[in-house]
Design a protein around this ligand. Structure first.
Ligand code: HEC
Ligand code: HEC
Ligand code: HEC
Ligand code: HEC
Length: 509
């Protein structure tokens, strides 16, 4: 690291700690170049010649075998306790149960490097590859966080593009070169930071912010906030159908996001991602809210950006460059990124602090998850209860369903957030405690609604009452035997027998 970098980083820290808006004094601009390439050159390959050092670190995203204690880049199935690479010790056994009735229950894997984003979405069982007409039954919106090509498609086709079928675009992306690419974050004519993401541009407009006047450090996080956020596919009653929107109008906290969703569905009612197959509760599926958790955590609040930890300067051939290997900072045994600021601490000490947060968060995450499963089971039992019901049965059950929905959303926010608590330790634990409270409330309401008739059936170890669903996929849902193998699976309709129509981006039938 050279002296200028040291000064800049040191200055950023002093500035952050004083937090008196001194940023402008020190702010150095993102370097500008004349690349000779057109603005929005979508493929990454042409950049190798112009920026060999950044491109070399970009290709390190191809690494996909190293795990840390809780995270890392093996794309294991997140519900599975099998050994790597299929499962991992830090799994979440009830994921398939909690998403039953929604494509996430077919397959959900640990994230890996940016260069795999297109490859992995083409392989995932969440998008239908068995439909004889070739349809994926998911909107084009899914491409939004995988390839910068989407901005081109929307420019040409307008807002209608969002609700087109995902598979219509399957053959229009080069998986290895047009995944998350230089044009995702840069104006490729001069390499200044630039947003390609339409939902983030919309949000800046809604909140009266102008990209051109934001500080360099804000941009070094917002480029990540194009995708590492909670979002939803807009309901047609509120604007273009399936357009991606960030639910931040009330604020970034789980309570605020939840309140927002309760008015964004059909005719201003609840927004719903899916109806749970067993309990029938209207569920929200949360997505990776790294930006929302980071922004008021200890680092975000102090002005430390995503790039400070995930893109530290590295020396290559005697020259510094921002690392474009976006991965766990804990893979570096020296924790160089962290010790740029925490220079008085050892790598072991800092790693110990991260693990301390993660261990406690993971423990509460598993509890909140089990409480959510028990809440669905309580609603199932109450729905089918044949004994004498409470006079206020309907009202109590309406409240119970609301508590199941809220409890599961709060659990899912932390479950989907990729740092296992580190980006914001207090918010993670607060959110999980609230989740457990809401789910427990749901169980109590169901008991009350049935005059405690179902109470005995809810006693005891949840793993005995409702075992985790270990295997499930679109192919398996074509089998009657599979659907008879678990009490909860029996609530699913059997899918018609069909073969795979799509392999990667090739149509095989
Ligand atoms: C203070 C340093 C720091 C900042 C700032 C920070 N992160 Fe992280 N991030 C971490 C650490 C530490 C982990 C946990 C890695 C692990 O457990 O192996 C992590 C984990 C992640 C992961 C999961 C990594 C994996 O291996 O799967 C993602 C994705 C991520 N961060 C994105 C972001 C984004 C986006 C931002 C900004 C909104 C951000 N981070 C800000 C330190 C940071
Ligand atoms: C996910 C967002 C993202 C993507 C994708 C991305 N970059 Fe960057 N890049 C950044 C950020 C953030 C910086 C730091 C800017 C700053 O410090 O002001 C940066 C800085 C740079 C710089 C300035 C010099 C330096 O090293 O800091 C160059 C050159 C560069 N990137 C090239 C590339 C190339 C080539 C690609 C594609 C192979 C690419 N970038 C892809 C986010 C990205
Ligand atoms: C265009 C959307 C997009 C942008 C912008 C983006 N990411 Fe990602 N990121 C993803 C996706 C998608 C994955 C998972 C890819 C996969 O598993 O195939 C991912 C994965 C990651 C991972 C996990 C890698 C691993 O080895 O497990 C980290 C860390 C990460 N991103 C950090 C960042 C940071 C920091 C920024 C900003 C500089 C950023 N991302 C910008 C979409 C994006
Ligand atoms: C750009 C500077 C910067 C970088 C890089 C950075 N930190 Fe920090 N860190 C801070 C600041 C500022 C605070 C807040 C200090 C305060 O509020 O007293 C902080 C606080 C902390 C804390 C105490 C709060 C908590 O979360 O428990 C820990 C632990 C920590 N950092 C670990 C890390 C680790 C691990 C990394 C690397 C993955 C890292 N930091 C990277 C500047 C930085």
């Amino acid at each position: 690291m050279n002296k200028t970098t040291m000064f800049m980083m040191g200055a950023a820290l002093v500035c952050a700690m004083a937090s008196t808006g001194c940023q402008d004094e020190y702010e150095v601009k993102t370097p500008s170049y004349k690349t000779g390439l057109a603005t929005d050159t979508l493929s990454a390959a042409p950049f190798e010649k112009v920026f060999p050092r950044q491109y070399a670190s970009y290709r390190q995203n191809d690494e996909s075998s190293v795990m840390t204690e809780y995270k890392g880049s093996v794309a294991f199935q997140k519900h599975s306790d099998d050994p790597l690479p299929k499962g991992f010790s830090k799994n979440q056994p009830y994921l398939k149960n909690l998403w039953l009735g929604y494509p996430f229950s077919y397959e959900y894997n640990e994230a890996r490097g940016h260069t795999y984003a297109v490859h992995d979405i083409l392989e995932i069982d969440r998008i239908n590859r068995y439909n004889p007409e070739g349809k994926g039954n998911m909107p084009t919106t899914c491409w939004n966080c995988k390839t910068p090509n989407i901005s081109q498609w929307v420019k040409e086709g307008g807002d209608k593009v969002w609700s087109k079928d995902f598979n219509e675009y399957r053959q229009m992306v080069d998986p290895m070169n047009e995944s998350i690419s230089c044009a995702t974050c840069h104006d490729t004519a001069n390499m200044e930071l630039k947003l390609y993401s339409i939902p983030l541009q919309d949000w800046l407009k809604r909140s009266g912010k102008d990209w051109a006047t934001l500080s360099r450090n804000e941009k070094r996080s917002l480029v990540c906030g194009q995708c590492h956020v909670e979002y939803y596919f807009q309901h047609k009653d509120h604007g273009p159908a399936a357009k991606p929107v960030f639910p931040w109008d009330n604020g970034f906290d789980p309570e605020e996001i939840y309140a927002y969703y309760n008015t964004k569905g059909a005719k201003g009612g609840q927004f719903v991602d899916f109806k749970h197959a067993v309990s029938g509760v209207n569920i929200l599926k949360a997505q990776h809210p790294e930006y929302e958790f980071w922004q008021d955590g200890p680092h975000g609040a102090a002005g430390v950006s995503c790039a400070d930890c995930h893109m530290e300067y590295k020396k290559q051939d005697g020259k510094k460059a921002s690392s474009h290997w976006w991965t766990s900072p804990l893979k570096d045994p020296d924790l160089t990124a962290c010790r740029t600021c925490h220079s008085d601490k050892t790598a072991d000490f800092l790693k110990g602090r991260v693990l301390d947060t993660q261990e406690k968060t993971y423990r509460q995450l598993l509890k909140a998850q089990e409480n959510s499963v028990r809440a669905h089971e309580a609603v199932r039992l109450a729905n089918e209860f044949a004994g004498e019901k409470n006079a206020s049965f309907e009202a109590l059950m309406a409240e119970a369903r609301e508590m199941v929905r809220k409890g599961q959303f709060f659990w899912d926010l932390v479950s989907a957030e990729n740092s296992v608590g580190f980006h914001n330790p207090t918010k993670a634990l607060d959110t999980l405690m609230s989740s457990s409270e809401y789910s427990q409330k749901a169980v109590d309401l169901c008991k009350q609604a049935t005059n405690y008739g179902i109470a005995p059936a809810l006693e005891g170890d949840i793993k005995q009452l409702v075992p985790p669903i270990k295997e499930h996929s679109r192919k398996l849902q074509q089998s009657a035997e599979h659907l008879a193998s678990h009490k909860w699976l029996s609530y699913l309709p059997q899918l018609p027998e069909a073969d795979k129509v799509w392999e990667g981006n090739k149509r095989v039938k």
